[in-house]
Design a protein around this ligand. Sequence first.
Ligand code: TRP
Ligand code: SF4
Length: 335
Amino acid sequence: MANKKRILSGMQPSGPLHLGNYFGALKNWISLQDEYECFFFIADWHALTTLYEDPRKIKQFSYDVAVDWLSMGLDPEKCTLFVQSRIPEHAELHLILSMIVPVPWLERNPTYKEKQTEITNVDMSSYGFLGYPILQTADIILYKADFVPVGIDQAPHLELSREIVRRFNNLYNKRVFVEPDAKISEVPKLNGLDGRKMSKSYNNAIYLSDSEEEVRKKVQIMVTDPQRKRRNDPGEPDVCNLFPFHKIYSPAEMQAEVASTCRTAAIGCTDCKAKLVRNMTDGMRPALEKRKEIVSNPKRVMEILDEGSKKAHKVARETLREAKEAMQMADGFPS
Ligand code: TRP
Ligand code: SF4
């Protein structure tokens, strides 16, 4: 117990979670709970970078995310679940780190450039958005996390976190912070209904909270092999948007059968979809059942985040004190 390595990761509350979020991150988190000491948090301050005009939404989304986490199997008995904004040390360390990070380190961050061109409905020219990876670094190093499970898109952020840690520890001559390692998981490629990346903003997602009926309707409109225009045209599962879902939800024999009968046009997309719907709804049912139980007791959800935040706060407070001691600023001024 005492020598378990520590894991930390966070998610922005930008809406209810979809299957892409689950297979891209959450499933991996759940599998790490036993082997590591885990801290998982809702990055509500980070969500302000895009939702600053509408911060009330962040509250609802945070609750939605917590319900998604618990329904899918993050277990508060095994890991610490908390809310970023409940721990002011994240903001305080962010400020301190921002004094030692050269602006060019931030400007060359690829996700900064990408998102600025990608997100056009909100003005993303804020100072806080430029400093996003500094806040993320504070999130991680306050807990001295050894590993940070993230998607490959976050790798540059983690690299920056390591640079910041080295800079801090060198400047103040003490190894206060630990260089975190990214733990990049293999992610099955699941696209949205229209074949683009699954995303809330494309309106093409299947949500963890979708009912069986909603899943059925969504699968029915899913684009398949675009070359397969008529029922008698043979198809190619490897270019079909639907087939990756079979790979997740259908037994191996059915996957093989679907693939070969698709290629000979022995099966049509309508039948193939019906098979998938059955397996998907079966696969999703246990979590939907658990969700009913979770949402019947919203107070308990709050309590879990409360307890987790208290636990996290203790750790963060202690680390920040060490950092300020290394800087000889622990006792304020005059002292
Ligand atoms: N930037 C992450 C994302 O968009 C969310 C995040 C914020 C995070 N702070 C973090 C992830 C700390 C890991 C560790 O997905
Ligand atoms: Fe895709 Fe199935 Fe249609 Fe083949 S039969 S193209 S795998 S939906």
